[in-house]
Design a protein around this ligand. Structure first.
Ligand code: SF4
Length: 479
């Protein structure tokens, strides 16, 4: 079963070119997932689907031919990212199924922590699953006769789910979008000039198709896009809404041009960079980012410190983000291809390198040694988030605890491992001070060990297989 997806979603209702619009929107969300992509569309009676492995441009490489076949007035699309072992077409989304109420296609961003328990229960009653995807349990829940007969079957089903979920459903006659009561993953609503409603993981997808941002889907809200227009309802009581937005979306995942959780990612990252310059100043000649996700923070660091900003690394745009490649050997190869050092910028200089985060540290070490080979006199590492020490159960694939650089190492050991002249991580308080929402509105569990959904309720056995030893050995995890 999958335990790690941070995917991208897009849906549009009321546009005859919905498939093309979804194709372009998925392109703009490609940074959220590169393993597979898919688009499902409906003409009001029948839902059809096209999925494939790889980037959006590869899955739809025949271009207009496939998109013409998908041409309908409503569509949902998905880009997916996942671990090794689950890299197969059966797990590509949207997932399309047929049950007693007709067809439904589902696209999911997040991680259902009780999916395995539910699946065991349903399999015990003879249900057959087509994929190893945690999302598929939602279809089985929808199809259960006692759920179908409820006044709001979808709202009823969502109340069975635990974990992080931003979801899109394409029924033959409508799109429904929902967000978990913690609002862990982003999901926003937009509208085109011609009046078509859209839903997207990030506002960059709305910008791409020239739709205007309307508002976010609220935690615990379902919105319906249909012939009746836009409708909203709640599936949890207001007192059970507890926002815990993933702040790592701001630090790393989301695109700089996007606005998520109420603020622009680029501006947020610049504040992170300025804050780390206040917390960890150092004399140096140049500030260089690890592009692209470290660029905004490096600008903030440079402005706050007065040390010139320059591009010491040039990123190849023809290879994907290394962090979301499923295999270590692929990540190692990709990082060599991805970043080229500009010797003239760093030779003989005292260099401050700003990166958004350090996970394993192996790729960071490679970047440091490349700077030294290019003649950097000193290398000072600055990281625009705190040390990552805990697993994520809500949809981001960190490696096992043993693989995390900051696990069991103090700052001196990290400095020696990376071979840097100094190391400075942003403090948790400093990171939260850069956010406009109250600090209680964010999940910071991978840094703090404080999980917004209590760990006792995390019953995904596949997740637990991976992490149970770490959790029970770790006193700092808050339950
Ligand atoms: S544990 Fe970290 S990555 Fe996971 S949802 Fe919380 S803040 Fe985001």
């Amino acid at each position: 079963m999958d335990k790690k997806e941070n995917c991208g979603l897009f849906g549009i209702y009321g546009d005859p070119d919905s498939a093309e619009k979804t194709f372009f929107a998925l392109h703009s969300l490609q940074h959220r997932g590169q393993e597979s992509a898919g688009i499902a569309t409906s003409n009001g009676d029948t839902v059809i689907l096209h999925t494939g492995m790889g980037h959006v441009s590869r899955v739809f490489r025949s271009g207009q031919t496939v998109l013409n076949q998908l041409r309908n007035k409503m569509a949902i699309g998905h880009v997916r990212y996942s671990t090794s072992g689950s890299w197969n077409l059966a797990n590509a989304q949207p997932l399309l199924s047929e049950y007693s109420r007709g067809q439904v296609a589902v696209a999911h961003n997040g991680n259902l922590i009780n999916a395995s328990l539910l699946r065991d229960e349903y399999e015990a009653y003879g249900n057959i699953f087509k994929s190893t995807n945690d999302t598929e349990i939602i279809i089985h829940l929808l199809a259960k006769p006692s759920h179908v007969s409820k006044p709001d079957p979808l709202g009823h089903v969502l109340n069975h789910l635990q974990g992080a979920y931003s979801l899109l459903f394409l029924f033959a006659d409508r799109i429904e979008a929902a967000r978990d009561p913690f609002g862990i993953r982003p999901l926003c609503i937009g509208k085109t000039k011609k009046g078509a409603w859209c839903v997207a993981s990030e506002t960059c997808a709305l910008d791409t198709i020239e739709a205007d941002y309307v508002r976010d889907v609220e935690p615990g809200e379902i919105i319906t896009l249909s012939e009746k227009g836009f409708e909203s309802r709640r599936f949890v009581k207001p007192e059970n809404i507890r926002p815990a937005h993933c702040i790592f979306e701001h630090v790393y995942f989301a695109k700089q041009s996007s606005t998520i959780f109420g603020e622009n990612v680029h501006e947020f990252r610049k504040r992170l960079g300025a804050q780390i310059a206040k917390e960890h100043p150092v004399d140096a000649d140049v500030v260089v980012p690890v592009p692209d996700s470290g660029t905004s923070s490096a600008i903030g660091y440079s402005r706050q410190s007065g040390i010139p900003f320059d591009m010491g690394f040039i990123r190849s745009h023809y290879i994907g983000r290394t962090f979301i490649s499923p295999r270590q050997d692929m990540r190692d190869l990709a990082v060599k291809l991805k970043l080229a050092v500009v010797k003239e910028v760093v030779k003989g200089k005292r260099v401050i390198v700003v990166d958004d985060s350090i996970v394993r540290g192996t790729t960071t070490k490679g970047k440091i040694s490349a700077l030294r080979r290019a003649g950097a006199k000193e290398v000072h590492m600055r990281v625009s988030c705190p040390p990552i020490r805990h697993p994520c159960f809500y949809g981001v694939d960190f490696p096992t605890k043993e693989e995390l650089l900051a696990n069991g190492r103090d700052m001196q050991q990290i400095k020696e491992f990376l071979d840097v002249d100094s190391i400075g991580y942003l403090s948790l308080e400093g990171m939260l001070s850069c956010a406009s929402l109250p600090k209680e509105h964010y999940c910071t569990a991978c840094w703090s060990g404080t999980y917004p959904i209590p760990i006792q309720t995390i019953v995904n056995k596949f997740t637990m297989e991976r992490y149970q030893m770490q959790l029970f050995e770790d006193d700092s995890v808050q339950m």
